[in-house]
Design a protein around this ligand. Structure first.
Ligand code: 13P
Ligand code: 13P
Ligand code: MG
Ligand code: MG
Length: 373
């Protein structure tokens, strides 16, 4: 029997330094301490703590399967402890994404974002972890489509017979809370019809069609719907498997050679350009952005993350590379164009999304003054 290994990436904004800029070191240290202890006890086999802007990211590898109550509780307790510390330090938005209080076995729907994937380890299993700040899960629709469905992006769809059968996409309708599976290439147009509506339909899983091999899992939540009001954007994460009958790591990354527009940015209320960055630049500044994206490369090995000679997990900082300078430059050009438009649409999001922001209070104030025109 091939070994079954689970990759769990659970993230939460627990509070940040200087507004919504970064997760500061004392909060990362809480996560490091707790995950180290959990690894020692044998709950998890390997972990890596990092941040994407103001979102604390817990990457955990274990053999307990998806939605394991103990693994989820470890994340929940860690976020609560870090949020308490943020509160003591009077950091900004302490406990921002902790929207529910009583934990009952699964962290989904409580505020934090979750992407999980149980895999049967192949001979070698390269993984790309994507983590974004100041945007929502719909931001991954476009690059995931390009990676798994666009033969102009992914040479393997044309050249590798193992991919010829195409891929299946699970799409969540976040308004109706329903899901549908569509297969590319046969249903590519219907797929685009849905996932082109990035604010509503979001890709949650991708499988290789010929054998249902799991290839990608994303975190799909709508914090505003859990909370009923604006509480920050969802700042999504995704786990993507690569190579050997799947898109190559380079085919997962090439969609990010150019910037594109995503919803989020300042007050989660604007269209902004995605900026792929190395971990050192995963921090949002101008107009709380532009929305940043990091990509980490790792190898799953025997239920763990492949480690160096000192036993430390080897993590590749994939966007820390001049190959993405062009996208970063484009992002700043688009950013300056959009900011010149100020609060006029389409720079600002449309009315449906703005319902969940404080704009409503401003409109309520003048409601009574409207007369028939
Ligand atoms: P505050 O009203 O708390 O400043 O929230 C707005 C916000 O966080 C946007 O950056
Ligand atoms: P986050 O969702 O990253 O906390 O950002 C909130 C915000 O309002 C940024 O302006
Ligand atoms: Mg924040
Ligand atoms: Mg954030």
């Amino acid at each position: 029997m091939p070994r079954k290994t689970t990759i769990s990436l659970i993230k939460c904004d627990v509070g940040s330094l200087a507004g919504h800029y970064i997760v500061p070191q004392p909060l990362l240290s809480v996560a490091e301490k707790n995950l180290k202890a959990a690894a020692k006890e044998g709950l998890i086999n390997a972990y890596y703590v990092f941040n994407a802007g103001d979102d604390l990211q817990l990457l955990m590898v274990h053999e307990k399967g998806e939605s394991n109550p103990n693994v989820h509780k470890l994340a929940w307790d860690t976020f609560k402890e870090a949020a308490d510390k943020a509160l003591k330090l009077k950091l900004y938005g302490a406990g921002q994404d902790i929207l529910k209080t009583a934990f009952s076995g699964n962290i989904r729907g409580m505020g934090p974002g979750v992407a999980e994937m149980e895999i049967e380890e192949r001979g070698s299993d390269p993984i790309v972890v994507l983590a974004a700040d100041k945007t929502s899960a719909g931001a991954f629709n476009f690059p995931l489509f390009r990676t798994f469905a666009d033969p102009m992006n992914t040479a393997g769809l044309v050249i590798d017979p193992d991919m010829a059968g195409g891929f299946k996409f699970e799409v969540i309708d976040t308004m109706e809370n329903k899901k549908v599976v569509l297969k590319s290439p046969e249903e590519m147009y219907e797929l685009i019809a849905l996932i082109g509506t990035v604010q509503r339909y979001m890709i949650s899983h991708v499988w290789r069609a010929r054998d249902d091999l799991i290839c990608a899992a994303g975190s799909v939540t709508r914090l505003s719907q859990i909370a009923g009001k604006y509480v920050g954007k969802d700042d999504p994460v995704a786990i993507v498997r690569a190579q050997h009958g799947l898109p190559a790591v380079g085919e997962v990354l090439v969609p990010f050679m150019h910037s594109y527009l995503v919803e989020g940015w300042m007050r989660g209320s604007h269209w902004g350009p995605i900026m792929p960055v190395g971990m050192k630049d995963a921090k949002c500044t101008a107009f709380d952005g532009p929305p940043r994206l990091v990509a980490l490369g790792l190898q799953i090995a025997n239920g763990k993350i492949a480690c160096d000679d000192d036993g430390k997990p080897m993590i590749a900082d994939l966007f820390d590379d001049p190959a993405f300078d062009l996208a970063r430059r484009e992002a700043m050009e688009y950013a300056s164009m959009l900011r010149r438009m100020g609060e006029f649409e389409p720079a600002r999001l449309g009315p449906d999304e703005m319902e969940y922001t404080t704009l409503q209070q401003v409109l309520d104030k003048i409601k009574e003054r409207f007369k028939s025109a």
